[in-house]
Design a protein around this ligand. Structure first.
Ligand code: KIV
Length: 283
């Protein structure tokens, strides 16, 4: 049995931080699991870091399902959670249940993540009652980027802080088994983590949440030069890929690749039978 919600509850109680990272494909999921990440998130950040959109809004349920299948094929231990993409959580209860069902039955996700507080509480309740583990997501909710006026820090002033506290408690009460808090001041994230009994996973939310999540392309340094200030780049994979590919193209052009060691030859007797000893292959 891999990581379950009980594993995460235990880690929170014992004060062991939970490591969560996004994954969208088989090889990176395998590496992330091998590294010991307890949760792999098939985030709809997929739209921006893999599919080339400039927000998460165009991502579809089919996109999420396709990538969830790749990630779950690679994992044995890590919990795989998939984002419900834009608007799905606001459709009819039937649609929400069917979408989550697809991600779990066809994609083999452990559960789903959905963004928002008050407006989606009923959906969290319905999903939970139907047996779907739900991870909440508050603070900066990227699917509402147009409504929020950009990717801006949330929960800085008192009314917004009060709303965050209210939403966090309500999401837990509705049945969520964990909560992602994105881009909020460290003090508020710490307060909410202490207030809830479910694990709170932070991204740009400081040091005192029960765990951390980052987008894998940001932490590995794949993609653009810019990344948010809360990201630490742990490797320079993009640079390394660029160097490797530059060298490949150079060697193809200069005919130094393939060299003798990469060549497959015919056996001598076959060559003789085919070409009568001529080595250039002409008949
Ligand atoms: O889609 C995503 O990658 C996310 C994380 C940023 C938490 O929701």
């Amino acid at each position: 049995m891999g990581v379950t919600r009980r594993t995460l509850d235990k880690k929170k109680l014992q004060g062991e931080k939970i490591a969560m990272v996004t994954a969208y494909d088989f090889p990176t999921a395998r590496i992330a699991e091998e590294a010991g990440a307890e949760i792999l998130l098939v985030g709809d950040s997929l739209g921006m870091v893999v599919l080339g959109y400039d927000s998460t809004i165009p991502v579809t349920l089919e996109d999420m399902l396709h990538h969830t299948k790749a990630v779950t094929r690679a994992t044995k231990q890590s919990m795989v959670i998939t984002d419900l993409p834009f608007l799905i959580a606001h459709l009819s209860t039937d649609e929400v249940l069917k979408s989550a069902g697809k991600l779990m039955q066809e994609g083999f996700a452990y559960g789903v993540k959905l963004e928002g507080g008050e407006p989606v509480l009923e959906k969290i309740k319905v999903l939970t009652e139907a047996g779907v583990p739900v991870m909440g997501h508050l603070g900066l909710t990227p699917q509402s980027v147009n409504q929020l006026g950009g990717y801006v820090i949330q929960g800085r002033e008192e009314p917004a802080i009060k709303q965050l506290r209210f939403d966090a408690k309500a999401v837990e009460a509705a049945g969520a088994f964990a909560l992602v808090l994105e881009c909020v001041p460290e003090e508020i994230a710490e307060e909410i983590s202490n207030m809830l009994s479910i694990p709170v996973i932070g991204i740009g939310a400081g040091r005192y949440t029960d765990g951390q999540v980052l987008v894998i392309h940001d932490l590995l340094g794949i993609g653009g030069d810019w990344s948010p200030s809360f990201v630490k780049q742990f490797a320079a994979v993009g640079k390394s890929m660029q160097m490797g590919l530059n060298q490949y193209v150079k060697e193809v052009k200069s005919q130094t690749f393939p060299s003798e060691e990469h060549v497959i030859h015919l056996k001598e007797e076959v060559k003789l039978a085919l070409y009568g000893g001529r080595v250039d292959g002409t008949s």
